[in-house]
Design a protein around this ligand. Structure first.
Ligand code: ST9
Ligand code: NDP
Length: 418
């Protein structure tokens, strides 16, 4: 502690809980109280030039248009911190929905409170706030596609590539505001420099987003992710990668039953028959729970203004603009997503690229099983229908008769030609 206090020049405060479903008490401790304590510690650092706080672009996701300003929360952070001291867990759970109001989870709420703490307790510190949107794999550095956790889209890319996730409630036209992690790091370093050297009079907020400069929507992103699986398939997929985007609750429930729960039940039945422990239903329920928590973010669009971020870009020398590149206008989404899928395969799943031909073979086998299963299902349904309905029988006789006549005509005309 003493060493940190005497030697630190710049603080980058990134630590946080990023779980959407964290109990409020824990989220407040990590995202609000810890920020307050770190500010207190920073105020004792004689050599400190800048304090850079990492928030999220979704801290004010209850608004549609978000400016680079700190918005007030209805309840003062200090009051929330105090109440967490004496309220018991049951009461906190009960009041949580009322406190978070129109935000979707405790994460976004406590990140907003964290920003207010930064504003209120900054004292004489030289502070800036960075708000990244959905952080994804690297764009360029240290190499394209590097990723090390399942947050944001990465977990869903695995679920789709392995064939577990087959449909998702998502609005294809909604903006997919992804931002590569190296872009966030470059901006953060540049903000550290600007804040320390130029010492702006007030706390500046920087949006690290892609939507208003180089928009890509979920439809295009989903399509490109699926296209990338053709080239870079994952090993031992459960089913062939495929994903339907639906926007309505009824079809979501339908696809969850037909494409997610039913195959999981059938597979567990097969595992039981072969003397193994069933696990697919549990895994599927967990996946559907995760998807339901992410749905809020893939069915809405937000507009983030980026005046401060653009101003910062213009303040950098051409050489620094190149080294600390955070200009997302240069990002090619198709290339980025393909590298992202490759990175997920390599760095998260730890799969060998030499296994790609075998993975492709496996997908072909799954395709054949799929066709076989559908044909068998159709024939059984048709057989049952014919046994029960006169109309189905008539249609069947009509089709058979028609095919027979067509074949006879074809045979007769080819005999005439000879
Ligand atoms: C064609 C398809 C196209 C696909 C592309 C579409 C992509 C859409 C992506 C939308 C992303 C929207 C994100 C919005 C981010 C807002 C920005 C921020 O600041 S947010 C800051 C960023 N914060 C976040 O993104 C946090 C989101 N995550 C959470 O809050 C929690 O994981 C949870 C509450 C969702 C589930 O809790 P719980 O049930 O207790 O489960 P556990 O945590 O214990 O994990 C269980 C298992 O699931 C694994 N896994 C983990 N994450 C994901 C994932 N995203 N996904 C899948 N899987 C995931 C995990 O590894 C584990 O595996 P195993 O060890 O059992 O083998
Ligand atoms: N991922 C995203 O899409 C986005 C993330 N952000 C923000 O970026 C920052 C980093 O998030 P991300 O990298 O995704 O999340 P991670 O969970 O990967 O990183 C969080 C970091 O916080 C540290 N941490 C957590 N609890 C404590 C604690 N009690 N004491 C000390 N350190 C702790 C963790 O340390 P350890 O590894 O030791 O557990 C970890 O290094 C967060 O502030 C988040 O809000 C903002 C927008 C989007």
């Amino acid at each position: 502690m003493q060493e940190l206090i005497t030697c630190t020049n710049v603080v980058f405060h990134c630590a946080a809980t990023v779980r959407f479903d964290d109990p409020l008490r824990h989220a407040v401790q990590l995202n609000v109280t810890a920020t307050q304590q770190l500010l207190l510690m920073a105020s004792q650092m004689p050599k400190l030039e800048a304090f850079i706080h990492i928030s999220t672009a979704f801290s004010n996701c209850n608004l549609k248009h978000i400016d680079e300003v700190i918005y007030p929360c209805p309840v003062e952070p200090k009051k929330i911190i105090d109440s967490m001291e004496w309220l018991d867990d049951a009461i906190i759970d009960e009041i949580t929905p009322k406190l978070i109001g129109d935000r979707p989870n405790t994460y976004t709420y406590t990140k907003a409170l964290g920003e207010m703490v930064v504003q209120q307790e900054s004292g004489n510190l030289n502070i800036a706030i960075i708000r990244p949107s959905i952080v994804g794999a690297t764009w360029q550095e240290p190499f394209p596609g590097w990723v090390d956790n399942l947050n944001g889209p990465s977990g869903l890319i695995i679920a789709a590539g392995k064939g577990f996730l087959r449909a998702i409630k998502a609005t294809p036209k909604a903006v997919a505001d992804l931002i590569p992690v190296d872009t966030v790091v470059n901006l953060t370093l540049a903000v550290g420099w600007y804040t320390a050297v130029h010492r702006p009079k007030s706390t500046l907020v920087y949006h690290c987003t892609s939507g208003n400069l180089n928009p890509c929507n979920w439809g295009k992103m989903g399509f490109q992710v699926l296209a990338s699986f053709e080239k870079i398939p994952f090993e031992r997929a459960f089913r062939r990668p495929y994903a339907d985007f639906t926007t309505n609750n009824f079809t979501t429930q339908y696809w969850n039953a037909v494409s997610h729960r039913a195959p999981a039940i059938i597979y567990d039945f097969y595992l039981r028959l072969t003397g193994r422990k069933p696990r697919m239903t549990k895994l599927m329920n967990r996946l559907l729970r995760t998807v339901s928590m992410l749905e809020y973010f893939i069915n809405r669009s937000w507009e983030w203004s980026t005046y401060n971020t653009e101003m910062l870009m213009s303040e950098l020398s051409p050489e620094d603009q190149r080294v600390f590149n955070f200009d997302v206008r240069q990002l090619n989404w198709l290339e980025y997503i393909e590298n992202y899928v490759l990175g997920v395969k390599k760095y998260l799943l730890k799969e060998d690229m030499a296994g790609i031909p075998e993975a492709k073979q496996h997908l072909k086998r799954l395709r054949n099983i799929h066709y076989l299963f559908n044909t068998a299902l159709f024939l059984i349904a048709w057989r049952l229908l014919i046994a029960r309905s006169q109309m189905a029988r008539n249609v069947w006789f009509f089709i058979v008769n028609f095919c027979y006549k067509f074949l006879s005509y074809f045979r007769a005309s080819s005999t005439l030609k000879v």
